[in-house]
Design a protein around this ligand. Sequence first.
Ligand code: AOF
Ligand code: ZN
Length: 347
Amino acid sequence: MYERFMKRAIELAKKGLGRVNPNPPVGAVVVKEGRIISEGFHPYFGGPHAERVAIESAKRKGEDLTGTTLVVTLEPCDHHGKTPPCTDLIIESGIKKVVIGMRDPNPVSGSGVEKLKKHGIEVVEGVLEEEVKKLCEFFITYVTENRPFIALKYASTLDGKIADAEGNSKWITQDLRHKAHEMRNVYSAVLVGARTVLKDDPRLTCRLKGGRNPTRVILDRRGILSGGSYRVFEDNARVIVFTENKEAKYPVHVEKVLNDCSVGGILKVLYEKGVDSVLVEGGSEVLGEFLEYADVVFAFYSTKVFGEGLDVFSGYRSSVSDPPRFRIVRSEHTDTELFLEMRPCSR
Ligand code: AOF
Ligand code: ZN
């Protein structure tokens, strides 16, 4: 019965994707006599919460909110964060029913549901919960596991090579390239190894109209990029370089992190810096190191064959008895290319 309204709230929430991190994307609608009278979403980090935007918009239109229903993707907060609690606003407004997609997994937010019920507001929970959880997966991972959500992304030939024998990797796949830029528009950070920077000199920016650039994270353990000038160092986006080399020098706006460069060490620092999601784009050894940490894998396959070349996950070793396995959750293809979204079977 509320699914239709929740669908709209989810659609609204998506407008905040890539803008609100590490906060959750949230959408809300106010329903009166079976129709939506106002809408709202959380627009950017630190900005007003979705519920507030929707309620204030209804008030501006002169609507009386008494007896209305608020449909919101996430349980309203009951804490003073960067904004006052949404629960108080809802209670004062005269709204009589609140429909939510999921409970707020953030331990600091308090229980909005209990508070609303105490004030005589009816609460309906779990509407399109699975969809809402997917929408909030960066946020859920970030606040419950205290680490960023991790995606692996690569383009490979039919025979599993991400570069030819000379190390050239440009344009293995092309048809579905817009997807890669959609990812860069949503993930907080993109991570690559120093050798990818040396070989490909990528920009790692988002080239969608109206898109925004992710933070670029470079893994330069030995400091081979020290003193050099590369496109990833351009100042059109935040840059963080991890290195174990004390002497390594980078341009002034680059955040140099002298730290243990194990995956665990990197994730801990990124978490502390507020990075809720990382898109690992290679190269081969970096993909191998992050493989067992992946929450999702985005693979672009071409039907080209290289024979000799660079493996997708070099340095990684497994066996037929217990290899990591993935479940395909989405697929798309053109005549010569295939896109797969996969999730680990173990989770
Ligand atoms: C949001 N947007 O629309 C809702 C949120 O630091 P604050 O004050 O912005 O509060 C952030 C927390 O509030 C967030 O972690 C989540 O638990 C809760 N609800 N947050 O950013 C919203 N409804
Ligand atoms: Zn709130």
